[in-house]
Design a protein around this ligand. Structure first.
Ligand code: NDP
Length: 310
């Protein structure tokens, strides 16, 4: 067992920025990295919209830089997955396998996970024509033909956004009725560059990561069971995100979609001393730079809370 002033659970831009700020405040934070150290950015390729990297940077490399910067000031990153937390008394207790970390203040930055379909090709071609984020990767599909999978608000938003770059966007939805709000659906329907394929699912993806990535989508019509192969340059999955909050179920307040609720303009949760930042509490923006900003807020909130306590 080890005792700490600040323990941070999650190591994406939010967690590592919180670590940087907490370390510079001399709080010697421990970061429990989770099963995907660096978070969602480690499954993207070029990041061109993070201010300060004028030439762009590869996602995994950017997270290495974040980590090195936090470690430079004394943050310690621990490889492992928090599998149980106890928040019902001070200090808070975080279990990582057989190790136990006690924390006076806890920062939750466990992020969100884009839902995937579960296809082997989808994982193999992620970052090579398959993406779960149009704002991150849309730019690479200038004048190309892409498909968006899903029928919710995210799918409509991504399809509309993609028309800024792509020549044509095909939305593939498993039913013949959209889940999206009327206004978003209408906007997508009115867009000349967007077309819809109904009652269909993506069954497989053709392409080789080493040789230009995605080349075709294999679709199946659920009503006729007919299969078709559509030549395509990119595939955007927009079937929802899942905030990673299982660890805190029952302890931290969440909204109707499962995101942790933070008190207005702060990172404070319903438990004093527990702070949340990044995508686990944000379904609106979901950008690396907004996650990093909220990580900074969480470290400052934690520092002030600890100081007030002493
Ligand atoms: P949703 O859960 O609303 O929609 C997911 C979509 O993906 C549904 O159409 C669903 O189909 C489809 N889907 C799910 N799983 C599969 C699968 N395995 N195979 C094929 N299709 C699948 O998620 P969103 O991310 O779109 O939205 C999340 C929340 O955020 C919502 O409350 C939304 O309103 C909100 N939001 C609001 C925005 C705005 O107002 N600007 C922008 C983005 C999100 P089916 O319909 O058949 O279930």
């Amino acid at each position: 067992m080890s005792k700490h002033k600040v323990v941070i659970v999650g190591s994406g831009p939010a967690g590592l920025t919180a670590a940087l700020y907490a370390a510079r405040a001399n709080l010697q934070p421990i970061v429990i990295e989770g099963d995907q150290p660096g978070g969602q950015l480690t499954i993207t390729t070029d990041v061109e919209n993070y201010p300060g990297f004028a030439e762009g940077v590869m996602g995994p490399e950017m997270m290495e830089i974040f980590r090195a910067q936090a470690e430079r000031f004394g943050a310690e990153c621990v490889f492992g997955q928090a599998d149980k937390v106890e928040l019902d008394g001070s200090p808070f207790r975080v279990h990582v396998g057989k190790d136990l970390y006690e924390a006076e203040a806890l920062i939750v930055s466990t992020g969100a996970t884009a839902k995937l379909l579960g296809l082997e090709a989808e994982t193999r071609l992620m970052g090579y024509g398959v993406s779960a984020c149009a704002t991150c990767d849309g730019f690479f599909f200038k004048d190309k033909h892409v498909i968006v999978i899903g029928g919710g608000d995210t799918a409509m938003e991504e399809a509309i956004f993609l028309t800024n770059h792509a020549a044509k966007v095909t939305v593939v939805h498993r039913r013949d009725e959209l889940r999206a709000s009327k206004i978003m659906a209408e906007r997508a329907r009115k867009n000349d560059k967007i077309e819809f394929i109904w009652d269909s699912v993506l069954e497989d993806i053709a392409g080789d990561a080493e040789q230009g990535g995605v080349t075709a989508a294999i679709l199946r019509n659920l009503k006729t069971d007919e299969k078709s192969e559509m030549p395509i340059d990119g595939i955007f999955l927009a079937i929802g995100h899942r905030p990673n909050t299982e660890l805190f179920a029952g302890a931290l307040d969440v909204d109707e979609s499962g995101y942790i609720v933070t008190k207005s303009k702060s990172s404070r949760t319903n438990i004093p001393g527990v702070f949340a930042c990044g995508d686990v509490q944000d379904k609106e923006y979901r950008q690396a730079v907004t996650a990093a900003g909220s990580g900074c807020m969480a470290a400052i909130d934690a520092e002030r809370w600890l100081a007030a306590r002493e």
